[in-house]
Design a protein around this ligand. Sequence first.
Ligand SMILES: Nc1ncnc2c1ncn2[C@@H]1O[C@H](COP(=O)(O)OP(=O)(O)O)[C@@H](O)[C@H]1O
Ligand SMILES: [Mg+2]
Length: 230
Amino acid sequence: MEKNNTKTIIKIDHASRFYTVGDITVKALNDVSLEIKEGEFTSIMGPSGSGKSTLMNLIGCLDSPSDGNIYIDDQPTFNMDETELAFLRNSKVGFIFQQFNLLSKLTALENVTTPLLYAGIKKKERVERAKAALEKVGLGDRIYHRPNEMSGGQKQRVAIARAIVTNPSIILADEPTGALDSTTGEQIMELFWQLHSEGRTIIFVTHDRNLGYQCLRQVHIKDGHLEDEK
Ligand SMILES: Nc1ncnc2c1ncn2[C@@H]1O[C@H](COP(=O)(O)OP(=O)(O)O)[C@@H](O)[C@H]1O
Ligand SMILES: [Mg+2]
């Protein structure tokens, strides 16, 4: 992957996301502006309920802002419809979640091939690419295991393989080590460094200050606002 550290790959321009529940409007994100350059490895830290997942969903085109704009690779997502958002998401973004979000009835290999199925790639290539992704995360010998036959760390490796099998330039990880012990968390962090060394842009949401401060840049969020960068 070509590395060009001057290009802005994610631009958040005065973005807000309000949720209305009954009579109450929750300002989950309130006038947030942030630029992320290609190849950056950034942590997003903040207390529970501060808007971290809301911000990730906007960056990952799972949701669009109530106000303001988000540009992914110079493309504005405000006013995009579901189909356009899905296209951008599938072509540029890999997601990793705290609870792995694997399909429990499928093997590791089948879980990792799933995004390629949606991308319309033929079976032989799907299997080859999924095997290569699983080997890359150190699970070449577990491809026929199902989630309930794997440890938490192994499940997260499968989820990482699934996130990278489409070769996305942006990796969004929402508390990826939150359900793991600290040693396993460090091992998962190693994998993120590997993805970073390939030129991918990584955004890593964490509660863990130790892991957060290992990232190259820190962004702090509180009550839907970004705090000054340190
Ligand atoms: N779908 C939703 N409907 C209503 N309120 C929501 C929804 N999602 C999140 N919120 C609220 O928005 C705020 C930010 O949530 P979230 O982004 O999940 O925080 P974090 O990931 O930092 O814990 C919280 O107050 C939460 O209750
Ligand atoms: Mg969250």
